[in-house]
Design a protein around this ligand. Structure first.
Ligand code: ZN
Length: 167
């Protein structure tokens, strides 16, 4: 909880109405994004990122089994995310130790990677798994790369306006 407040503190200007309560502070997201767009690329807060990424994945694949997402603000150097099979949890580390907040498209890339792990466990057959299998002990199997490649391809096609919606 304490870490999550970092996002609030990083606001460049105080609210014009003076000190905001923690409750209304949360509501002032639109304002924050306008401010950050002036200085650098739009960087939504962690809680908005989760909703955004879930909306994106729904456009390219309808997951048969749900999963939890933890946008974790703890700064990391090399670890970008993880998938926890038993908890069906996708974790994304949003901050780099040196650079601060990771760019949104890099975070989405990590998100797709971890969702591909989720899919290889929960619905391997959705992705032509007759040829590819998860190999025990191998972190990234052929099936994993096939799923991730398919997700990325669908997303890129959607970006280019060639998108097909998947059932
Ligand atoms: Zn991986």
């Amino acid at each position: 909880m304490a870490e999550r407040r970092r996002a609030d503190q990083s606001r460049r200007e105080p609210s014009p109405d003076g000190p905001v309560s923690r409750r209304t502070g949360r509501m002032a997201r639109g304002q924050v994004s306008t401010q950050s767009r002036r200085t650098k690329a739009f960087e939504p807060p962690e809680e908005a990122l989760c909703a955004l990424f879930m909306a994106r994945i729904r456009k390219i694949h309808r997951c048969k089994v749900g999963f939890e997402v933890d946008m974790n603000p703890r700064p990391t150097t090399r670890v970008l995310g993880g998938y926890y099979k038993t908890r069906r949890l996708v974790r994304i580390y949003t901050n780099d130790t040196v650079e601060g907040r990771r760019p949104i498209e890099e975070l989405f890339d990590t998100f797709l990677h971890e969702v591909a792990h989720h899919l290889e466990y929960t619905e391997p057959r959705s992705f032509a798994a007759s040829r590819c299998r998860r190999v025990p002990g191998l972190m990234h199997s052929r099936l994993f790369w096939l799923i991730l490649g398919e997700l990325k391809d669908r997303w890129e096609r959607l970006q280019r306006g060639l998108g097909r919606r998947c059932s």
